[in-house]
Design a protein around this ligand. Structure first.
Ligand code: PA5
Length: 452
């Protein structure tokens, strides 16, 4: 496992005092970090926060045993969840479930259904080989999320209509003590796996939420957790410059508050880590966007977005910090040696595709720094289970520390509740009649301005 964070392009000595973090601040922040860690340690010890030590508490043996018993029954797995109950799955599979790794092996195809667009669900049902060989993993910690339960209802009714046994094809991943999905799972005899009550959705990828579907794909889930464990001790370091999570939290919050960088661009130079950027965006946005604070995360993709976004980052408003993520070694590289000649390709001859990829990332980061635009580069040696587990843990820890720095609770999401209340009111849920009346009034007033 190898992870490196190069934050030279964030520092004032390199990119200038206007947009850079004053170098001397690094030494002055350790006390602040120590206080943040001490608060988090108290919350960990009291049992309030469970994500810190999942590598010790998750029962991977139970997951692996169930997978071993059932895997040969399934050609397809449809993961149904949303937000923290789906983005980790997308990330794990895009990163670690690659055709070059799977070569010659037979695993079920995984599809993630995390929206309620009928067209998307039809596409999934159309794509599975046979309903009979399809497992549905229903993931909702609360057990009551409308989108997930709607997709669950459709899976259940489709299985029933086909004369299949839902109890053999539906697995419920939910809070082990409460919630409607748990109630239904007991009633219908679905196999269940727990989401620990003290682990919030967006911090839950390293529980059965992400690990069950990963295990079905041959991903070594113990190594994913081992990666988290390996970086864990570094994240508890009190000295800021030794603590990777502390550094990320400090740099991004400081750039946001003191250098007016309310936008954080996440730009992986890796197709396999593209979903990782989406997972990170949810984590950073939903955890930290509170009380007028927060930093807007944006997921982009190198090198493709050099031809779409970089003009803005170089010369547009000076309101961004850019975080690059790159991989030293691909699974396999391509040599550039076509027997052709032209000015625009001669210099590429004898080089490799990945060499060009890395050169473009270095060049983009350097160009941004020379224009005084702060950026940092995280590099991993390869995309392995350990590195991916470590990256999940690193960013979860950084988010928790950023929450302490900003003095906000990074683990709730009160801002999503009103939209949920209005949705169920629109769908005529009992006891929401007055909300519905409010909404109707609001809609009427709003529609004075309509172009058709
Ligand atoms: O991070 C969170 O808590 C949210 O994004 C949830 O994961 C999301 O709302 C889904 O919730 P649930 O797992 O209860 O269905």
């Amino acid at each position: 496992m190898k992870i490196q964070i190069d934050y030279s392009h964030c520092m004032a000595s390199n990119i200038g005092p206007k947009n850079g973090v004053p170098d001397e601040l690094l030494n002055l922040q350790s006390k602040r970090l120590e206080d943040a860690l001490s608060n988090l340690q108290t919350k960990k010890q009291s049992g309030e926060l469970g994500f810190f030590d999942l590598f010790e508490t998750v029962n991977t043996a139970a997951i692996k045993e169930y997978v071993q018993q059932t895997a040969d029954r399934f050609e397809d797995i449809v993961v149904i969840g949303i937000g923290g109950s789906s983005l980790g799955n997308r990330t794990l599979h895009q990163a670690l479930n690659h055709p070059l790794i799977q070569k010659g092996k037979r695993f079920p195809k995984i599809q993630v259904c995390d929206n309620i667009d009928p067209d998307a669900l039809h596409a999934i049902f159309h794509d599975v080989k046979s309903l009979k060989t399809t497992q549905f993993q229903i993931i909702t910690k609360s057990g009551s999320t409308a989108e997930t339960l709607a997709n669950f209802m459709i899976s259940y009714q489709t299985l029933k209509k086909a004369g299949l046994k839902a109890s053999e094809q539906i697995v419920a991943i939910t809070d082990p003590a409460s919630g409607d999905l748990l109630k239904l799972a007991k009633q219908e005899r679905f196999k269940t796996f727990p989401v620990p009550p003290n682990v919030g959705g967006r911090f839950s990828v390293l529980t059965s939420v992400g690990l069950l579907s990963a295990a079905y794909s041959g991903i070594d889930i113990d190594s994913v957790l081992a990666g988290a464990k390996k970086i864990s001790s570094r994240c508890w370091e009190k000295d800021l410059s030794n603590n990777p999570a502390g550094l990320l939290a400090f740099l991004f919050t400081n750039l946001c508050d003191s250098r007016n960088k309310p936008i954080l661009i996440f730009m992986p130079y890796s197709y396999r880590l593209k979903s990782f950027a989406l997972w990170f965006c949810q984590l950073w946005a939903e955890s930290l966007g509170k009380q007028g604070k927060g930093q807007t995360p944006v997921a982009t993709e190198g090198a493709a977005d050099q031809h779409s976004q970089i003009q803005l980052y170089m010369e547009g408003p000076e309101d961004k910090v850019i975080q690059f993520l790159r991989v030293r070694e691909p699974l396999e590289d391509f040599e550039l040696n076509a027997d052709l000649s032209a000015d625009s390709i001669d210099y590429l001859k004898g080089k490799s595709l990945h060499q060009l990829f890395l050169a473009e990332q270095t060049a983009t980061a350097t160009a941004l720094a020379r224009a005084g635009r702060p950026n940092l580069t995280i590099e991993i040696d390869r995309i392995t289970e350990e590195n991916v587990g470590a990256l999940f843990y690193l960013f979860e820890f950084a988010t928790a520390i950023a929450g302490e720095f900003w003095n906000i609770n990074a683990f709730d999401q009160p801002g999503v509740e009103e939209g949920k209340r209005l949705t169920v009111a629109m769908m005529d849920r009992a006891r929401y009649e007055s909300k519905k009346a409010e909404l109707d009034r609001w809609q009427k007033e709003l529609h004075k301005y309509l172009w058709e």
